[in-house]
Design a protein around this ligand. Structure first.
Ligand SMILES: Nc1ncnc2c1ncn2[C@@H]1O[C@H](COP(=O)(O)OP(=O)(O)OP(=O)(O)O)[C@@H](O)[C@H]1O
Length: 674
């Protein structure tokens, strides 16, 4: 490239779908000149600048610049594109670090720019500044590293004329004295008089490229505005013929030099790390969400799930006593021994009440069933006539019990099973209550308990507890899903927001790459994850005593890996979707699927066989099993089931990173919403 030139654009073509924005566009920017790019709204100025700074790629043609690296170029996008939670000083420090400046140089340069641009005090948070002040900070950011080439997209919009004038004077000074090159777009045609060269653009084509004086004199006009109007009319008249002459798209090779930079630099990583830290620290509601959610969810999970329903109404029809259950109001006398003057049906009724069931007396079964149909009771218990006598006779005659005693010693139970959980729990309650009351009778009478119980003896469980507890079963799944979901939603929220504000793109134009963004983001997230994990595990395993006999380090490592996989998944979603709503739907959809497939609601072994075959495709499936084995069984990483969990979660991290890389390539390296 000619030494005297800073930027050349040749035969450039750019389309957005079917909309052609640049058509055979040519432009030559000399070194040390201010080049004012003028044109009506929508003619393609921003698109062209985006291609020059590398935010977008051309569809045809080529762009060459004399910039040696990211720090040779300063870019001020059209939108404010600033991190709202940072102060002005922190914003300068962030970009200064990205450009590799020393802390001292950043301070000196920041002072110069804040005087020049009349900025508010450096400790003011960007969010609290007016629109005009934010625009000036944005301009200062593009100047912080004193670049050789400045690309400014409408820097003077909304500024008062005196300030605009001083900015123009500064630009002229750095161009004349320091040989800096400036490309500036503006809607204020007259202010462009101070530029060394003016390019008039219309409909994606450059109409002319002259000095302001030549533009006025060659078109025999008095002002630039008149010259622009004249050229626009000329173009309008000859558009038909021009259109047919210009090819729709150049088929030749596209050449757009990407600025070289190492995959990972300490300076960008540090800048990202500090910026992320300030973002979280300044965002108190976000902090409350990050630390409050694991606490609230695990707490709610424990108080809302796994407990037996209380006060369930059960109709009781007792044919043993003249007034049914009304005769059972008086509790059994204490220490009555093996005495059956107090009916056994009343003893059973009393025990059922003790175990949380509300018994509603009914005279007959038909009315009771009617009550169940009206949703008044969950079931009906029928105690037959002569129950006590028949039961005793059954014990006495055993295998030779006459049918009458068999029928009259049998309690009938009808249940409303429309709610499977409540129906099953009432059934279990009635059976367990029956066993307990019978044990009492056998003990009172000194009869052998072995004659009562099933000839199957349940020994102490090898792992877990004697009575299965749903909460304890689901704890590993809930903690794992939480540790996946929280970093994922945070990553998606932060990155899509940064995309929408244009700050991520600006950082990337300044030289940050997504690997640095990912690593810095993950580093901060790991600190947060540590607290989130501790909170969730404290509530589940300490406060609500879910069984934990495992090794804390291996457990934390698995959870940490799961958290990192959540971050990586969040990255994929944030790259794939530009709109917050779409990203939210994608994340919610996946978390819901993981929720069902993790075995939290129902054991994975009970899923459809197709799901069982493909459960390796479910990112949390093996890790939940591994976590259950780690916590309840106390197995270690050397056990194949636990090892599989670690391998699975690590493989998913790699897979998500690969998917993010492919998505980014498909998007031609841009990470923008444009
Ligand atoms: N992401 C996009 N998808 C589709 N069309 C787009 C997209 N971005 C811009 N355009 C269209 O491309 C054309 C050029 O847009 P561009 O922003 O480059 O214009 P501009 O000259 O900078 O306008 P202004 O001066 O108003 O900022 C416009 O017609 C715009 O509607």
């Amino acid at each position: 490239m000619d030494e005297q030139l800073a930027i050349i654009v040749r035969c450039a073509y750019k389309n957005y779908g079917n909309t052609q924005v640049l058509r055979d566009f040519n432009m030559t920017v000399p070194r040390g000149a201010i080049y004012a790019l003028l044109g009506p709204s929508g003619c393609g100025k921003t698109t062209l600048l985006s291609c020059i700074v590398g935010r977008m790629t051309l569809d045809g043609g080529y762009i060459e610049t004399s910039a040696r690296g990211h720090s040779s170029m300063g870019y001020m996008p059209q939108n404010i594109a600033l991190y709202m939670q940072l102060s002005i000083g922190e914003t300068f420090a962030y970009y200064g670090r990205v450009y590799g400046m020393t802390e001292e140089a950043i301070i000196i340069r920041g002072d110069i720019l804040s005087k020049l641009l009349e900025l508010p005090p450096l400790q003011r948070i960007v969010e609290t500044l007016s629109g005009g002040q934010q625009r000036r900070v944005s301009l200062a950011v593009s100047l912080i590293h004193n670049p050789d080439i400045l690309i400014l997209d409408e820097p003077t919009v909304g500024l008062d004329p005196i300030l605009s004038d001083s900015i123009w004077k500064y630009l002229v000074k750095i161009a004349d004295e320091d040989k800096k090159t400036v490309i500036i777009t503006t809607h204020y045609i007259e202010e462009a008089k101070q530029a060394h060269r003016v390019g008039l653009m219309r409909g994606g084509v450059l109409l002319c490229e002259e000095t302001p004086q030549d533009l006025i004199s060659k078109n025999q006009c008095e002002t630039m505005e008149q010259a622009f109007l004249k050229l626009s009319y000329k173009q309008e008249i000859s558009r038909q013929t021009e259109d047919s002459q210009l090819p729709d798209r150049v088929m030749g090779k596209t050449r757009q030099r990407k600025m070289k930079k190492a995959i990972f630099t300490k300076q960008c990583f540090r800048a990202e790390l500090v910026k992320n830290w300030f973002f979280i620290w300044r965002n108190k509601p976000m902090l409350a969400f990050l630390f409050g959610l694991p606490l609230v969810i695990t707490f709610l999970f424990n108080i809302a799930i796994g407990h037996s329903p209380q006060g369930m109404r059960l109709a009781m029809v007792s044919q043993e006593t003249p007034n049914g259950v009304y005769d059972c109001v008086i509790p059994p006398p204490p220490g009555m021994g093996c005495n059956f003057t107090y009916p056994l049906s009343c003893r059973f009724a009393h025990k059922l009440r003790q175990n949380g069931l509300e018994l509603v007396p009914f005279e007959d079964v038909v009315t009771a069933i009617e009550a169940a149909r009206r949703n008044y009771v969950w079931g009906i218990i029928l105690i037959p006539a002569n129950y006590t006598m028949s039961l005793l006779a059954r014990f006495e005659h055993n295998l030779k019990t006459p049918d009458y005693f068999v029928d009259h010693s049998t309690i009938n139970l009808w249940l409303d099973m429309s709610n499977q959980n409540i129906g099953t729990l009432i059934k279990l309650n009635v059976v367990l209550t029956y066993n307990a009351y019978m044990e009492e009778v056998f003990n009172d009478c000194d009869w052998p308990l072995a004659a009562l119980t099933l000839p199957v003896k349940l020994e102490k469980p090898i792992y877990g507890e004697r009575v299965a507890n749903l909460n304890h079963y689901a704890s590993p799944a809930i903690v794992l899903l939480l540790i996946f979901y929280l970093p994922m939603s945070y990553t998606i929220g932060v990155l899509v927001q940064e995309k929408l504000l244009g700050v991520l793109e600006r950082s990337m134009v300044a030289g940050v790459n997504l690997i640095e963004v990912f690593i810095a983001h993950t580093a901060i997230q790991i600190i947060i994850l540590f607290f989130q994990m501790s909170i969730a595990m404290f509530v589940l395993y300490y406060l609500y005593e879910s069984p934990f006999i495992g090794e804390p380090f291996s457990t934390s490592l698995l959870l940490l890996l799961q958290g990192v996989s959540g971050i990586a998944f969040g990255f994929c979603v944030a790259i794939a979707f530009d709109k917050m709503l779409h990203a939210t739907y994608a994340s919610l959809g996946s978390v819901f699927s993981f929720f069902f497939l993790s075995g939290m609601v129902w054991p994975q072994q009970g899923a459809h066989f197709v799901l069982w075959w493909f459960r390796w495709l479910v990112p949390v499936s093996y890790s939940v099993e591994a976590l259950r084995a780690l916590t309840v069984k106390g197995w270690t990483i050397i056990h194949p089931l636990v090892f599989k969990g670690y391998i699975s979660v690590s493989a998913w991290i790699v897979l998500y990173c690969l998917a993010a890389h492919i998505l980014l390539r498909l998007r031609k390296g841009t990470f923008s919403t444009a």
